[in-house]
Design a protein around this ligand. Structure first.
Ligand code: C5P
Length: 299
């Protein structure tokens, strides 16, 4: 997202928003093992913050607010190295990443950090890479990265998530992200989904027609809100099904697993319902991390 970007000589400060999937259908499994999907991405105000400072030797990453493992495996470092390689420049940047978005939760945090890194480095170096090249680098880093590169608050995506139709933003709505405190690996989630679908009598994805008006209001989007990861994930983690039921009981107009989990989210008709839902969830599940936020406004 461009909001918050302040290139200042050799320094850029950028925000990297979280996303939720308002709809996520997993379609054919490719021979490569990857899956084709159809999804509606929705950006949130919940975000990580990055500061990129040109200089030094190589790519140095300092992370605050989370334990993310070896920096060189972090998508931020991989994005920075991919940028320098494609631009034919010598890597020289220090990056400070302040994490607010829970990791391994299906909220796109790592992908958003990677997209913000690609965009900020391109801005800091006088835009040596075209938008098409950034999209190609982003898609190679992860399926959610192209959505964050395109800067839309809402988008319909298909393929592996790298084919996108930007949509007009819906009115910003109060949201509650519920993170259970454990991560679900994306590859594990896809394996569990494949296993679930191998069981007899599971019908394949039905044909579906999406009409533009179904993407133009929260009530209409609610009628499309589903996530194919829910059944296999709730079978493995029954707590997550209880959280979904609690969000629904508290008046969420959409209550869904985000991406391949582990976080769920609720979209509420107003802030009062969201506050009441957070109180009810906190009483019942005091160990959960509850993050009140909003869906992103128009760019
Ligand atoms: O995109 P990402 O690198 O996070 O994906 C991790 C794993 O999830 C992949 O290696 C693959 O096993 C699975 N995946 C998939 N289909 C997708 C995206 C991911 O099967 N569209």
């Amino acid at each position: 997202m461009s909001a918050g970007r302040r290139p200042d000589g050799g320094v850029a400060r950028v925000r990297a928003p979280a996303k939720v999937n308002l709809r996520l259908r997993i379609l054919a499994r490719e021979e490569s093992g990857y899956h084709q999907l159809e999804t509606i991405f929705c950006a949130l105000e919940l975000c990580d913050a990055l500061e990129l400072r040109r200089g030094g030797e190589g790519v140095r990453l300092d992370v605050e607010g989370a334990e993310l493992g070896p920096p060189e495996e972090n998508l931020v470092c991989r994005a920075a190295l991919a940028f320098y390689d494609a631009a034919g420049l010598t890597p020289a940047v220090r990056i400070r990443l302040v994490k607010e978005i829970p990791a391994g939760a299906g909220l796109g945090g790592g992908s958003s950090d990677a997209a913000a890194t690609l965009r900020a480095l391109n801005a800091l170096h006088g835009a040596p890479l075209s938008r098409a090249t950034l999209l190609r680098l982003g898609a190679a880093l992860g399926s959610d990265v192209p959505f964050f590169l395109c800067d839309a608050p809402l988008a319909l995506a298909w393929g592996r998530g790298e084919r996108l139709l930007e949509l007009p933003a819906l009115p910003p709505a109060p949201a509650l992200v519920v993170a259970p405190g454990f991560a679900i690996g994306t590859a594990d989630a896809y394996r569990a989904l494949d296993e679930h679908r191998r069981q007899p009598r599971r019908p394949p994805a039905e044909p579906a027609v999406l009409r533009p008006e179904l993407l133009a209001s929260w009530d209409a989007v609610a009628s499309l809100a589903e996530n194919d990861f829910e059944a296999p994930t709730y079978a493995r983690f029954p707590l997550l099904a209880e959280i979904k039921a609690a969000l629904q009981q508290a008046g969420a107009r959409i209550a869904l697993l985000s991406g391949s989990g582990s976080a769920l989210f609720g979209i509420f008709p107003d802030a009062q319902h969201r506050t009441a839902a957070a109180a009810a969830l906190h009483d019942r599940f005091p160990e959960l991390c509850l993050l009140p936020t909003k869906t992103a406004p128009p760019a």
